[in-house]
Design a protein around this ligand. Structure first.
Ligand code: C2E
Ligand code: CA
Ligand code: CA
Ligand code: CA
Length: 277
């Protein structure tokens, strides 16, 4: 409670939140049935030469009456209701299908990443689910990367960790997302079956403002080198941030400075004609 007593539970504001929840849940079910979701793709590039390392798939919902509804609003509802399972099945297949098409059109060095939520880790047998999906989509496992948040990793039971280990043996890569917000210890980090660390935007935003964050970024960068992990700086918006990240030895960046998330159509025409960014 908020300390003001139980009346708060029945406040009109709560009622409207509940209505919005149920409304969006119903609308999401409809959107799944009518193919109203789509994916956007945002490049993660090498600091060195700005060549693309991979694309992150980001789900988009263009509601017929309300326009774009952000994943920040609907993903939590999808998670709470378990609709994320169905939606997530669609997202993984669609991302793999799209990447397979690009792969076959000649985009061979670029990979695709998909965000996986805690609910999916709990209810899907990761290895079987992912391998069957990429097989159906005709995508080689080495072209896929899964993004799992740091907080998910912290809570993950051993059997989920083993699923990731099996996936890595088959060539699928694993990234730890929003790193720095979940407080995992450095010793656990060394044990985790991961290939990539995505440093949360919060650290990038602070880095030019507060010198302490410079030092934190620097130690994450060194840690990456020692553990042989690729580091990605998320949410790079300014040239100054790009320069700092480069100076600190971080290999990859993602952010509006390089590119916003784009439709598959735009990605296809830009990358296949190789004049991206
Ligand atoms: P995330 O996984 O951390 O994704 C990165 C978010 O940061 C994306 O927001 C992206 O558009 C945004 N971003 C990238 N560069 C910049 C930048 O330079 N500045 C700023 N301000 N933002 C930047 P988006 O697409 O709104 O997604 C928000 C969150 O929703 C994601 O955070 C992720 O947690 C969730 N999400 C999005 N798509 C999916 C999905 O397909 N599946 C699942 N499970 N979650 C998703
Ligand atoms: Ca992500
Ligand atoms: Ca992230
Ligand atoms: Ca984030």
């Amino acid at each position: 409670t908020d300390g003001r007593g139980i009346f708060r539970v029945y406040s009109p504001e709560m009622g409207s939140k509940m209505r919005r929840y149920h409304y969006l849940l119903e609308e999401m079910r409809l959107a799944l049935a009518t193919q109203n979701f789509s994916l956007s793709f945002q490049p993660i590039v090498h600091v060195e030469d700005c060549s693309i390392d991979y694309f992150e798939s980001l789900v988009r919902w263009n509601h017929p009456a309300e326009g774009m509804i952000t994943p920040g609003e609907f993903i939590p509802i999808a998670e709470e209701s378990n609709l994320i399972l169905e939606l997530g099945d669609w997202i993984l297949f669609e991302a793999c299908r799209q990447m397979a098409a690009w792969y076959n059109a000649g985009m061979r060095k670029v990979r695709i990443s998909v965000n996986i939520s805690a609910v999916q880790l709990k209810h899907r047998r990761m290895h079987q689910w992912v391998m069957q999906t990429i097989d159906k989509a005709g995508l080689p496992p080495s072209a896929l990367l899964l993004e799992i948040t740091e907080s998910c990793f912290i809570d993950a039971p051993q059997k989920v960790i083993e699923e990731f280990e099996k996936l890595r043996e088959d060539g699928v890569q694993i990234a730890i997302d929003d790193f720095g917000t979940g407080f995992s210890s450095l010793s656990t980090l060394a044990e985790l079956p991961i290939d990539v660390i995505k440093v949360d935007k919060l650290f990038i935003d602070q880095a030019n403002v507060n010198p302490k964050y410079d030092k934190i970024l620097n130690s994450i960068s060194e840690l990456g080198q020692h553990l042989n992990l690729k580091i990605v700086a998320e949410g790079v918006e300014q040239a100054q941030q790009f320069e700092l990240v480069k100076k600190l030895g971080i290999q990859c960046v993602q952010g509006y400075l390089i590119s916003r998330p784009e439709t598959s159509r735009n990605v296809g025409s830009k990358v296949l004609n190789s004049n991206f960014s």
